[in-house]
Design a protein around this ligand. Structure first.
Ligand SMILES: Cc1cc2nc3c(=O)[nH]c(=O)nc-3n(C[C@H](O)[C@H](O)[C@H](O)COP(=O)(O)OP(=O)(O)OC[C@H]3O[C@@H](n4cnc5c(N)ncnc54)[C@H](O)[C@@H]3O)c2cc1C
Length: 417
Protein backbone atom coordinates (compact mmCIF):
# COMPACT_ATOMS: atom_id res chain seq x y z
CA UNK A 1 0.00 0.00 0.00
CA UNK A 2 1.21 3.50 -0.77
CA UNK A 3 1.40 5.94 2.09
CA UNK A 4 -0.09 8.73 0.01
CA UNK A 5 -2.84 6.72 -1.64
CA UNK A 6 -6.42 7.80 -0.97
CA UNK A 7 -7.27 4.55 0.75
CA UNK A 8 -4.72 5.03 3.46
CA UNK A 9 -5.05 8.68 4.27
CA UNK A 10 -7.67 11.14 5.42
CA UNK A 11 -9.25 9.10 8.15
CA UNK A 12 -11.44 11.03 10.55
CA UNK A 13 -10.36 8.83 13.43
CA UNK A 14 -7.76 6.10 13.73
CA UNK A 15 -8.13 3.97 16.83
CA UNK A 16 -4.98 2.18 17.92
CA UNK A 17 -6.04 -0.97 19.76
CA UNK A 18 -9.04 -3.18 19.03
CA UNK A 19 -10.01 -3.79 22.64
CA UNK A 20 -13.02 -2.77 24.73
CA UNK A 21 -12.23 0.95 24.89
CA UNK A 22 -11.17 1.37 21.26
CA UNK A 23 -14.19 -0.49 19.93
CA UNK A 24 -16.69 1.36 22.04
CA UNK A 25 -15.16 4.71 21.10
CA UNK A 26 -15.28 3.88 17.38
CA UNK A 27 -18.89 2.67 17.56
CA UNK A 28 -19.95 5.72 19.58
CA UNK A 29 -18.28 8.09 17.14
CA UNK A 30 -20.11 6.67 14.14
CA UNK A 31 -23.36 6.35 16.08
CA UNK A 32 -23.34 10.03 17.05
CA UNK A 33 -21.84 11.56 13.90
CA UNK A 34 -24.27 13.41 11.68
CA UNK A 35 -22.65 12.21 8.47
CA UNK A 36 -20.60 9.10 7.58
CA UNK A 37 -17.06 9.13 8.91
CA UNK A 38 -13.94 7.20 7.98
CA UNK A 39 -12.98 5.34 11.09
CA UNK A 40 -10.30 2.70 11.29
CA UNK A 41 -9.39 0.33 14.13
CA UNK A 42 -5.84 -1.03 14.09
CA UNK A 43 -5.15 -4.16 16.09
CA UNK A 44 -1.77 -5.83 16.31
CA UNK A 45 -3.21 -9.18 17.36
CA UNK A 46 -4.79 -11.73 15.06
CA UNK A 47 -8.24 -10.82 16.34
CA UNK A 48 -10.01 -7.95 18.05
CA UNK A 49 -11.60 -7.97 21.52
CA UNK A 50 -9.40 -10.78 22.77
CA UNK A 51 -9.50 -9.64 26.38
CA UNK A 52 -13.27 -9.36 26.28
CA UNK A 53 -13.29 -12.96 25.10
CA UNK A 54 -11.31 -14.33 28.06
CA UNK A 55 -12.74 -11.90 30.63
CA UNK A 56 -14.72 -13.10 33.61
CA UNK A 57 -13.70 -16.70 32.93
CA UNK A 58 -15.25 -16.46 29.43
CA UNK A 59 -18.46 -14.90 30.78
CA UNK A 60 -17.41 -11.21 30.64
CA UNK A 61 -18.19 -9.27 33.77
CA UNK A 62 -19.45 -6.28 31.75
CA UNK A 63 -20.07 -3.84 34.59
CA UNK A 64 -21.19 -3.53 38.21
CA UNK A 65 -24.67 -2.95 39.56
CA UNK A 66 -24.06 0.49 41.06
CA UNK A 67 -25.59 3.55 39.49
CA UNK A 68 -24.21 6.31 41.69
CA UNK A 69 -21.10 7.79 40.00
CA UNK A 70 -19.45 8.82 43.29
CA UNK A 71 -19.97 5.39 44.86
CA UNK A 72 -18.87 3.70 41.65
CA UNK A 73 -15.67 5.75 41.46
CA UNK A 74 -14.64 4.57 44.94
CA UNK A 75 -13.76 1.25 43.34
CA UNK A 76 -10.77 2.67 41.49
CA UNK A 77 -7.62 2.84 43.63
CA UNK A 78 -6.21 4.97 40.83
CA UNK A 79 -8.73 7.16 39.03
CA UNK A 80 -11.07 7.83 41.93
CA UNK A 81 -10.91 11.59 41.44
CA UNK A 82 -10.92 11.65 37.65
CA UNK A 83 -13.86 9.31 37.07
CA UNK A 84 -16.95 10.75 38.82
CA UNK A 85 -17.40 13.42 36.09
CA UNK A 86 -17.18 10.95 33.18
CA UNK A 87 -19.40 8.48 35.07
CA UNK A 88 -22.10 11.14 35.35
CA UNK A 89 -22.13 11.12 31.56
CA UNK A 90 -21.87 7.36 30.95
CA UNK A 91 -22.33 5.00 33.85
CA UNK A 92 -23.25 1.36 34.39
CA UNK A 93 -26.96 2.13 33.81
CA UNK A 94 -26.21 3.73 30.45
CA UNK A 95 -24.16 0.74 29.37
CA UNK A 96 -26.87 -1.67 30.51
CA UNK A 97 -29.48 0.30 28.49
CA UNK A 98 -27.20 0.50 25.44
CA UNK A 99 -26.76 -3.27 25.43
CA UNK A 100 -30.44 -3.87 26.11
CA UNK A 101 -31.40 -1.72 23.10
CA UNK A 102 -29.28 -4.13 21.06
CA UNK A 103 -31.03 -7.20 22.45
CA UNK A 104 -28.50 -8.08 25.15
CA UNK A 105 -29.80 -8.70 28.61
CA UNK A 106 -27.52 -8.72 31.63
CA UNK A 107 -28.00 -10.50 34.94
CA UNK A 108 -26.72 -9.39 38.33
CA UNK A 109 -24.95 -11.75 40.74
CA UNK A 110 -25.30 -11.43 44.52
CA UNK A 111 -22.10 -9.37 44.78
CA UNK A 112 -23.19 -6.87 42.11
CA UNK A 113 -21.18 -8.23 39.16
CA UNK A 114 -23.14 -8.15 35.91
CA UNK A 115 -22.83 -10.69 33.09
CA UNK A 116 -24.75 -11.37 29.86
CA UNK A 117 -27.56 -13.83 30.58
CA UNK A 118 -25.96 -16.12 28.02
CA UNK A 119 -22.93 -16.43 30.36
CA UNK A 120 -20.79 -15.97 27.28
CA UNK A 121 -18.43 -13.12 26.39
CA UNK A 122 -19.06 -13.98 22.73
CA UNK A 123 -22.47 -12.27 23.11
CA UNK A 124 -20.72 -8.94 23.72
CA UNK A 125 -18.19 -9.54 20.95
CA UNK A 126 -20.92 -10.40 18.42
CA UNK A 127 -22.79 -7.24 19.35
CA UNK A 128 -19.72 -5.02 18.91
CA UNK A 129 -18.71 -6.66 15.63
CA UNK A 130 -22.29 -6.27 14.36
CA UNK A 131 -22.33 -2.57 15.27
CA UNK A 132 -18.93 -2.01 13.67
CA UNK A 133 -20.13 -3.68 10.44
CA UNK A 134 -23.36 -1.69 10.42
CA UNK A 135 -21.45 1.59 10.79
CA UNK A 136 -18.78 0.64 8.20
CA UNK A 137 -15.95 0.86 10.69
CA UNK A 138 -12.83 -0.49 9.07
CA UNK A 139 -10.86 -3.04 11.11
CA UNK A 140 -7.33 -4.19 10.37
CA UNK A 141 -5.88 -6.99 12.47
CA UNK A 142 -2.23 -8.08 12.53
CA UNK A 143 -1.46 -4.39 12.08
CA UNK A 144 0.91 -2.99 14.65
CA UNK A 145 1.48 0.72 14.99
CA UNK A 146 5.11 1.65 15.56
CA UNK A 147 5.00 5.45 15.73
CA UNK A 148 2.54 8.34 15.87
CA UNK A 149 3.55 11.87 14.89
CA UNK A 150 1.77 15.10 13.94
CA UNK A 151 2.90 17.18 10.98
CA UNK A 152 1.06 20.35 11.99
CA UNK A 153 -2.14 19.48 10.16
CA UNK A 154 -2.65 15.71 10.48
CA UNK A 155 -1.46 12.71 12.46
CA UNK A 156 0.88 10.29 10.75
CA UNK A 157 0.48 6.73 11.98
CA UNK A 158 3.42 4.57 11.01
CA UNK A 159 2.77 0.84 10.87
CA UNK A 160 5.35 -1.88 11.42
CA UNK A 161 4.76 -2.89 7.82
CA UNK A 162 6.25 0.46 6.70
CA UNK A 163 2.87 1.84 5.62
CA UNK A 164 1.99 5.29 6.99
CA UNK A 165 -1.62 6.35 7.49
CA UNK A 166 -2.97 9.84 8.04
CA UNK A 167 -5.84 10.94 10.22
CA UNK A 168 -7.41 14.05 11.73
CA UNK A 169 -7.76 12.35 15.11
CA UNK A 170 -6.05 9.48 16.87
CA UNK A 171 -7.25 7.48 19.85
CA UNK A 172 -4.65 5.55 21.80
CA UNK A 173 -6.49 2.60 23.34
CA UNK A 174 -3.64 0.13 23.54
CA UNK A 175 -4.46 -1.29 26.99
CA UNK A 176 -2.20 -1.61 30.03
CA UNK A 177 1.23 -0.01 29.78
CA UNK A 178 2.99 -3.28 30.61
CA UNK A 179 3.15 -3.43 26.81
CA UNK A 180 4.93 -0.12 26.34
CA UNK A 181 3.77 1.02 22.89
CA UNK A 182 0.78 3.16 23.96
CA UNK A 183 2.84 4.84 26.67
CA UNK A 184 5.64 5.51 24.20
CA UNK A 185 3.25 7.12 21.69
CA UNK A 186 1.97 9.37 24.48
CA UNK A 187 5.50 10.20 25.64
CA UNK A 188 6.44 11.31 22.13
CA UNK A 189 3.79 14.06 22.54
CA UNK A 190 5.24 15.10 25.89
CA UNK A 191 2.95 13.06 28.15
CA UNK A 192 4.23 11.51 31.35
CA UNK A 193 3.47 7.88 32.04
CA UNK A 194 3.25 6.26 35.47
CA UNK A 195 5.28 3.03 35.30
CA UNK A 196 3.42 -0.26 35.04
CA UNK A 197 2.79 -2.35 38.10
CA UNK A 198 0.59 -5.41 38.39
CA UNK A 199 -2.72 -4.84 40.12
CA UNK A 200 -5.24 -7.58 41.01
CA UNK A 201 -2.97 -10.50 41.78
CA UNK A 202 -3.03 -13.44 44.14
CA UNK A 203 -0.71 -13.78 47.14
CA UNK A 204 1.90 -16.54 46.99
CA UNK A 205 2.05 -18.30 50.34
CA UNK A 206 3.55 -21.61 51.42
CA UNK A 207 2.02 -22.62 54.74
CA UNK A 208 0.98 -26.00 56.16
CA UNK A 209 -2.41 -24.54 57.13
CA UNK A 210 -3.26 -24.12 53.44
CA UNK A 211 -1.54 -27.16 51.93
CA UNK A 212 -3.91 -29.35 49.94
CA UNK A 213 -6.89 -27.02 50.50
CA UNK A 214 -6.95 -25.46 47.02
CA UNK A 215 -10.50 -24.68 45.97
CA UNK A 216 -11.81 -24.02 49.48
CA UNK A 217 -13.27 -20.57 50.06
CA UNK A 218 -14.95 -18.55 52.78
CA UNK A 219 -17.72 -16.22 51.65
CA UNK A 220 -17.01 -13.39 54.10
CA UNK A 221 -13.40 -12.97 55.08
CA UNK A 222 -11.21 -10.02 55.92
CA UNK A 223 -7.65 -9.68 54.60
CA UNK A 224 -5.40 -7.22 56.40
CA UNK A 225 -1.86 -5.98 55.75
CA UNK A 226 -0.78 -4.69 59.18
CA UNK A 227 2.35 -2.91 57.92
CA UNK A 228 0.22 -0.81 55.56
CA UNK A 229 -2.69 -0.47 58.02
CA UNK A 230 -5.12 -1.56 55.33
CA UNK A 231 -7.79 -4.22 55.13
CA UNK A 232 -10.46 -5.42 52.76
CA UNK A 233 -13.39 -7.74 53.23
CA UNK A 234 -14.82 -10.18 50.72
CA UNK A 235 -14.71 -13.82 49.69
CA UNK A 236 -11.31 -15.47 50.18
CA UNK A 237 -10.23 -18.42 48.09
CA UNK A 238 -7.39 -20.85 48.84
CA UNK A 239 -5.48 -21.77 45.68
CA UNK A 240 -2.49 -23.95 44.80
CA UNK A 241 -0.46 -20.74 45.05
CA UNK A 242 -1.75 -19.36 48.30
CA UNK A 243 -4.65 -16.95 48.66
CA UNK A 244 -6.94 -15.35 46.08
CA UNK A 245 -10.62 -14.43 45.66
CA UNK A 246 -12.18 -10.95 45.54
CA UNK A 247 -11.14 -10.16 49.15
CA UNK A 248 -7.47 -10.62 48.25
CA UNK A 249 -7.60 -9.23 44.69
CA UNK A 250 -9.22 -6.00 45.86
CA UNK A 251 -6.59 -5.59 48.55
CA UNK A 252 -3.80 -6.19 46.03
CA UNK A 253 -5.26 -3.50 43.81
CA UNK A 254 -5.52 -0.93 46.60
CA UNK A 255 -1.85 -1.28 47.52
CA UNK A 256 -0.39 -2.40 44.19
CA UNK A 257 2.49 0.05 44.22
CA UNK A 258 3.36 -0.41 47.92
CA UNK A 259 3.53 -4.17 47.45
CA UNK A 260 5.65 -3.83 44.33
CA UNK A 261 8.13 -1.64 46.26
CA UNK A 262 8.29 -4.37 48.95
CA UNK A 263 9.03 -6.91 46.24
CA UNK A 264 5.86 -8.76 47.30
CA UNK A 265 7.32 -9.75 50.68
CA UNK A 266 4.90 -8.87 53.46
CA UNK A 267 2.68 -10.27 56.21
CA UNK A 268 -1.06 -10.70 55.71
CA UNK A 269 -3.62 -11.47 58.41
CA UNK A 270 -6.83 -13.24 57.55
CA UNK A 271 -10.06 -13.25 59.49
CA UNK A 272 -12.03 -16.29 58.35
CA UNK A 273 -15.08 -15.13 60.29
CA UNK A 274 -15.66 -11.73 58.71
CA UNK A 275 -15.90 -8.89 61.18
CA UNK A 276 -16.75 -11.01 64.25
CA UNK A 277 -14.97 -9.70 67.31
CA UNK A 278 -12.91 -11.73 69.76
CA UNK A 279 -15.65 -11.22 72.40
CA UNK A 280 -18.42 -12.45 70.06
CA UNK A 281 -16.48 -15.60 69.19
CA UNK A 282 -15.62 -16.18 72.82
CA UNK A 283 -19.34 -15.96 73.72
CA UNK A 284 -20.20 -18.47 70.98
CA UNK A 285 -17.53 -20.85 72.31
CA UNK A 286 -18.88 -20.55 75.89
CA UNK A 287 -22.36 -21.41 74.65
CA UNK A 288 -21.06 -24.48 72.78
CA UNK A 289 -19.08 -25.61 75.84
CA UNK A 290 -22.28 -25.43 77.91
CA UNK A 291 -24.50 -27.19 75.39
CA UNK A 292 -22.12 -29.64 73.67
CA UNK A 293 -19.18 -30.25 76.01
CA UNK A 294 -18.71 -33.83 74.81
CA UNK A 295 -18.41 -32.83 71.17
CA UNK A 296 -14.98 -33.06 69.52
CA UNK A 297 -13.92 -29.59 68.43
CA UNK A 298 -12.14 -30.57 65.21
CA UNK A 299 -15.13 -32.50 63.85
CA UNK A 300 -17.67 -29.69 64.26
CA UNK A 301 -16.80 -26.60 62.24
CA UNK A 302 -18.26 -23.28 63.36
CA UNK A 303 -19.05 -19.95 61.64
CA UNK A 304 -19.67 -21.71 58.28
CA UNK A 305 -15.94 -22.36 57.88
CA UNK A 306 -15.36 -25.35 55.56
CA UNK A 307 -14.58 -28.44 57.68
CA UNK A 308 -11.08 -29.09 56.31
CA UNK A 309 -9.97 -25.52 56.93
CA UNK A 310 -11.50 -25.54 60.44
CA UNK A 311 -9.50 -28.69 61.21
CA UNK A 312 -6.26 -26.99 60.09
CA UNK A 313 -6.99 -23.95 62.22
CA UNK A 314 -7.66 -26.21 65.23
CA UNK A 315 -4.35 -28.01 64.61
CA UNK A 316 -2.54 -24.66 64.41
CA UNK A 317 -4.08 -23.84 67.81
CA UNK A 318 -2.69 -27.15 69.20
CA UNK A 319 -6.17 -28.65 69.47
CA UNK A 320 -5.92 -32.31 68.46
CA UNK A 321 -8.63 -34.58 67.10
CA UNK A 322 -9.58 -35.94 70.55
CA UNK A 323 -10.02 -32.57 72.29
CA UNK A 324 -13.63 -31.87 73.28
CA UNK A 325 -15.32 -28.56 74.03
CA UNK A 326 -15.54 -29.69 77.66
CA UNK A 327 -11.79 -30.15 78.16
CA UNK A 328 -10.26 -27.47 75.92
CA UNK A 329 -7.86 -25.18 77.81
CA UNK A 330 -8.09 -21.40 77.96
CA UNK A 331 -4.86 -20.99 76.02
CA UNK A 332 -6.08 -23.38 73.29
CA UNK A 333 -9.32 -21.40 73.00
CA UNK A 334 -7.41 -18.14 72.79
CA UNK A 335 -5.11 -19.63 70.14
CA UNK A 336 -8.11 -20.84 68.10
CA UNK A 337 -9.69 -17.39 68.25
CA UNK A 338 -6.37 -15.94 67.05
CA UNK A 339 -6.40 -18.33 64.11
CA UNK A 340 -10.01 -17.49 63.29
CA UNK A 341 -9.78 -13.71 63.36
CA UNK A 342 -6.14 -13.15 62.59
CA UNK A 343 -4.35 -16.07 60.91
CA UNK A 344 -1.01 -14.60 59.97
CA UNK A 345 0.79 -15.65 56.77
CA UNK A 346 4.06 -14.59 55.20
CA UNK A 347 3.55 -13.64 51.57
CA UNK A 348 6.49 -14.52 49.37
CA UNK A 349 5.64 -13.24 45.91
CA UNK A 350 2.58 -12.85 43.74
CA UNK A 351 0.88 -14.96 41.12
CA UNK A 352 2.52 -15.66 37.78
CA UNK A 353 1.89 -13.11 35.04
CA UNK A 354 -0.83 -15.08 33.35
CA UNK A 355 -2.99 -14.73 36.45
CA UNK A 356 -2.54 -11.00 36.72
CA UNK A 357 -5.66 -9.35 35.50
CA UNK A 358 -4.93 -5.67 35.30
CA UNK A 359 -1.95 -3.32 35.23
CA UNK A 360 -1.87 -0.09 37.12
CA UNK A 361 0.14 2.76 35.71
CA UNK A 362 -0.40 4.61 32.47
CA UNK A 363 -0.86 8.08 31.12
CA UNK A 364 -1.01 10.63 33.92
CA UNK A 365 -4.64 11.65 34.25
CA UNK A 366 -4.05 15.35 34.88
CA UNK A 367 -2.66 15.67 31.36
CA UNK A 368 -5.98 14.51 29.87
CA UNK A 369 -9.21 16.51 29.68
CA UNK A 370 -11.82 14.10 31.01
CA UNK A 371 -14.65 16.11 29.47
CA UNK A 372 -13.44 14.96 26.04
CA UNK A 373 -10.66 12.41 26.77
CA UNK A 374 -8.44 14.64 24.63
CA UNK A 375 -4.79 15.24 25.44
CA UNK A 376 -4.11 18.59 27.06
CA UNK A 377 -0.82 18.64 25.14
CA UNK A 378 -1.87 17.75 21.59
CA UNK A 379 -5.23 18.57 20.02
CA UNK A 380 -6.82 15.61 18.24
CA UNK A 381 -5.01 13.04 20.38
CA UNK A 382 -7.29 10.99 22.63
CA UNK A 383 -6.89 8.28 25.28
CA UNK A 384 -9.31 5.66 26.59
CA UNK A 385 -9.27 2.49 28.67
CA UNK A 386 -6.47 0.84 30.53
CA UNK A 387 -3.71 2.90 28.86
CA UNK A 388 -4.68 5.65 31.33
CA UNK A 389 -3.42 5.56 34.90
CA UNK A 390 -6.80 4.27 36.05
CA UNK A 391 -7.58 0.83 37.32
CA UNK A 392 -10.45 -0.64 39.24
CA UNK A 393 -10.87 -3.46 41.68
CA UNK A 394 -12.39 -6.70 40.44
CA UNK A 395 -16.13 -6.73 39.72
CA UNK A 396 -16.70 -5.18 36.28
CA UNK A 397 -15.10 -1.82 37.09
CA UNK A 398 -12.27 -2.09 34.58
CA UNK A 399 -14.60 -2.63 31.67
CA UNK A 400 -16.86 0.18 32.86
CA UNK A 401 -13.96 2.61 32.79
CA UNK A 402 -13.15 1.40 29.25
CA UNK A 403 -16.82 1.93 28.20
CA UNK A 404 -17.01 5.33 29.90
CA UNK A 405 -13.76 6.79 28.59
CA UNK A 406 -14.35 5.22 25.16
CA UNK A 407 -17.85 6.68 25.03
CA UNK A 408 -16.70 10.19 25.93
CA UNK A 409 -13.89 10.07 23.38
CA UNK A 410 -16.23 8.82 20.62
CA UNK A 411 -18.79 11.49 21.50
CA UNK A 412 -16.31 14.35 21.48
CA UNK A 413 -14.76 13.33 18.18
CA UNK A 414 -18.27 12.98 16.66
CA UNK A 415 -19.30 16.42 17.87
CA UNK A 416 -16.23 18.24 16.65
CA UNK A 417 -16.04 16.61 13.20
C1 LIG B 1 -7.90 -12.69 32.16
C2 LIG B 1 -8.58 -11.34 32.30
C3 LIG B 1 -9.90 -11.29 32.72
C4 LIG B 1 -10.52 -10.05 32.90
N1 LIG B 1 -11.83 -10.02 33.27
C5 LIG B 1 -12.45 -8.83 33.44
C6 LIG B 1 -13.84 -8.76 33.76
O1 LIG B 1 -14.54 -9.78 33.79
N2 LIG B 1 -14.38 -7.53 33.99
C7 LIG B 1 -13.66 -6.36 33.90
O2 LIG B 1 -14.19 -5.28 34.12
N3 LIG B 1 -12.35 -6.40 33.53
C8 LIG B 1 -11.74 -7.59 33.30
N4 LIG B 1 -10.43 -7.62 32.91
C9 LIG B 1 -9.76 -6.33 32.63
C10 LIG B 1 -10.21 -5.84 31.25
O3 LIG B 1 -10.08 -6.90 30.33
C11 LIG B 1 -9.37 -4.64 30.80
O4 LIG B 1 -9.43 -3.63 31.78
C12 LIG B 1 -9.93 -4.09 29.48
O5 LIG B 1 -9.83 -5.09 28.48
C13 LIG B 1 -9.16 -2.85 29.04
O6 LIG B 1 -9.61 -2.50 27.76
P1 LIG B 1 -8.70 -1.68 26.76
O7 LIG B 1 -9.48 -1.54 25.51
O8 LIG B 1 -8.20 -0.47 27.43
O9 LIG B 1 -7.42 -2.59 26.53
P2 LIG B 1 -7.28 -4.09 25.82
O10 LIG B 1 -8.58 -4.78 25.99
O11 LIG B 1 -6.07 -4.61 26.42
O12 LIG B 1 -7.11 -3.72 24.32
C14 LIG B 1 -5.94 -3.08 23.82
C15 LIG B 1 -5.63 -3.63 22.45
O13 LIG B 1 -4.61 -2.85 21.86
C16 LIG B 1 -3.80 -3.69 21.08
N5 LIG B 1 -2.51 -3.00 20.88
C17 LIG B 1 -1.58 -2.70 21.81
N6 LIG B 1 -0.53 -2.05 21.22
C18 LIG B 1 -0.83 -1.94 19.92
C19 LIG B 1 -0.14 -1.37 18.80
N7 LIG B 1 1.06 -0.80 18.93
N8 LIG B 1 -0.72 -1.44 17.57
C20 LIG B 1 -1.93 -2.03 17.41
N9 LIG B 1 -2.63 -2.59 18.45
C21 LIG B 1 -2.09 -2.55 19.67
C22 LIG B 1 -3.69 -4.94 21.94
O14 LIG B 1 -3.32 -6.06 21.15
C23 LIG B 1 -5.11 -5.06 22.49
O15 LIG B 1 -5.95 -5.87 21.70
C24 LIG B 1 -9.81 -8.85 32.69
C25 LIG B 1 -8.48 -8.91 32.23
C26 LIG B 1 -7.88 -10.14 32.02
C27 LIG B 1 -6.47 -10.19 31.52
Amino acid sequence: MNSDSDTDSNFDLVVIGGGAAGFFAAITCTELSEKPRRILILEKGSDVLQKVKISGGGRCNVTHDCHDPREFAKNYPRGQKALPGPLHRWNAGDMIDWLEQRGIELKTEADGRMFPITDSSQTIIDCFLGEARMHNIEIRCRTEVSEVTHDGSRFKIALKSDVTLASKNVLIATGGVRTPSGGNFAKSFGHSVEPAAPSLFTFKIRDPRLDGLAGISVPVGVARIPDLKLENSGPILITHWGLSGPGILKLSSKVARDLQSRNYQFRVQISWTGNQSRAEISDTFSAIRDSSGRQQIQSHSQFSIPGRLWKRLCEAAQIDASTKWGNVTKSQTAALIDQLISSEFQVDGKSMNKDEFVTCGGITVKEVDFKTMQSRLQLGLYFAGEVLDIDGVTGGFNFQSAWTTGRICGESVAVKL
